[in-house]
Design a protein around this ligand. Structure first.
Ligand SMILES: [Zn+2]
Length: 211
């Protein structure tokens, strides 16, 4: 476990030296440009680091993370990342990766805490998803409710991506990207795919951009 920022800096020096020892050109090559095939939209949870859980190297994944891996239409941070990834980097796949045991989704199932006035507003979007799927969620075993809402939240974020002008315009002008909804298990380190959409997906007419 890391205990101080100084320890982090020491580890950084050691890592940099080790990488350069194995491949003296590594950083010079990597500094030239990035051409990642993937945009990863994940949860900020420290236990789900994007590159680590899929054994990827620097340069392979463009990453955006926030509490409970949400795609919110008023979030210029997430939408800017999405636009840059699609329009400039031309990633082939967008992955929304949530995880079981997500504290953000768990908090959304609880009453709002007055000391978290800002975070509450972020979690309201998950409460809305709960209300949209209330019949299903309240009919299942209460012990499975959190896990199911975590899955539904991931699926809803994939649809939200498909409803953006950024994705629809990319699908209209080419075939990329496909959008994947993945769920990661904290207890076994394994990822399952819940949903995949691509340019063949029929978007509901009310979400479609007119030509
Ligand atoms: Zn989480």
């Amino acid at each position: 476990m890391m205990h101080t920022p100084d320890k982090l800096l020491l580890e950084n020096r050691a890592w940099s030296q080790e990488v350069s020892r194995k491949d003296p050109d590594y950083f010079k090559q990597l500094a030239k440009e990035q051409r990642p095939d993937f945009l990863w939209i994940g949860c900020s949870d420290s236990r789900v680091p994007a590159e680590t859980v899929v054994n990827a190297q620097p340069g392979e994944i463009f990453v955006h993370r926030n509490i409970a891996n949400q795609v919110i239409m008023t979030d210029f941070n997430c939408l800017s990342v999405l636009q840059y990834a699609i329009a400039v980097l031309q990633v082939k796949h967008v992955i929304v990766c949530g995880h079981y045991g997500c504290g953000g989704v768990k908090a959304a199932l609880q009453p709002q805490l007055s000391e978290l006035m800002i975070a509450n507003k972020w979690l309201l979007h998950i409460k809305d998803i709960y209300r949209l799927h209330q019949d299903e969620l309240e009919a299942i075993d209460p012990a499975k409710k959190l896990a199911r809402l975590i899955e539904i939240n991931i699926i809803e974020q994939v649809y939200r991506l498909a409803h953006t002008s950024i994705i629809q315009s990319a699908w209209k002008h080419g075939h990329q990207p496909s959008i994947h909804g993945w769920v990661y298990g904290l207890e076994d380190g394994l990822i399952d795919e819940l949903i995949k959409l691509d340019h063949n997906t029929q978007i509901h007419p009310i979400y479609r951009y007119a030509d």
